[in-house]
Design a protein. Sequence first.
Length: 334
Amino acid sequence: MSPKKAPPKKEKSLVFAASWWKDLDIAKKLPFARDRSVECYFWILGIYFEPQYFPTRKILNKVIALTSIIDDIYDSYGTLEELELFTDTVERSSTIDQHISKTEQALQQTASPSEYMKLCYQALLDVYNMIDEEMRKQDRSYCVHYAKSTMKILVRAYFEEVKWFHQGYVPTMEEYMSVTLVTGAHTMLATTSFVGMGEVAFEEAFDWVSNNPLIVQASSVVGRLMDDMVGHKFEQKRGHVVSAVECYMKQHGATEEEVLVEFRKLVTNAWKDINAAYLRPTAVPMPLLLRVVNLTRMIHVIYKDEDGYTHSGTRLKAFVTSVLSDRIRACGYA
């Protein structure tokens, strides 16, 4: 690239994101994982479009990109033994060297040591250490505990889904939603989205968001049901845990079309809860609530009518191109 002038911060953070992803060498080292670095950045830009949140975009982009890789490991690649080990290791994580050593030792004892798992775990540690270092500079180290805790909860929920798949188990809707509202990652992303927002994100705000308040619950419902409505047929073809569609059909003896009608109503009701919480804020400042609202808005962009994240070469590609590629060319890049 030969920049003709200094690019705006949005483009700078995209360059940082692309460089970090390239350094990880995902396409070569983790070929089973979806290569979605630009799509992840597009997603994050929808949550933080304001110029002052340039450092925050860098943080959340890395977290959501790694979450995508971890999701693919649990969904389509790791063995049950490997995933149980990875889950336990992430949950126990405290100091870097100690747990990298334990992870490598434990993996060597499995039937086939998994380099991809060690790579992913190392990248996860590096990202959270980077967050810790940045927050220490701001005297806001308390943020890191909340970010890590919600990631650990997410990883444990991923493993619960894997166990369902291996058991051929079809849960009730209530049981399904109790786990998959977590695996949709909205609580984790909402919590992490507060990390780089400065003093407006005080410690009580992290207590609030990490305890899954109504606006975050509703955001999770929108994300889970919209994803399942457009993606369940493809997921079943490739061998995946049952979706909300299959669970509801079995539990209530409903047709697929009846399920979709009901889910659209639930999504509409969830949006009413989100709007009510946003229009009458009491618990936390408006800039924090806006992150949750924007996260949900991006779900509508990405999952309206199709799974735009998995099949990113279709409708989503036009959105990404119009928002990112054209801007980079306008700044003299490309």
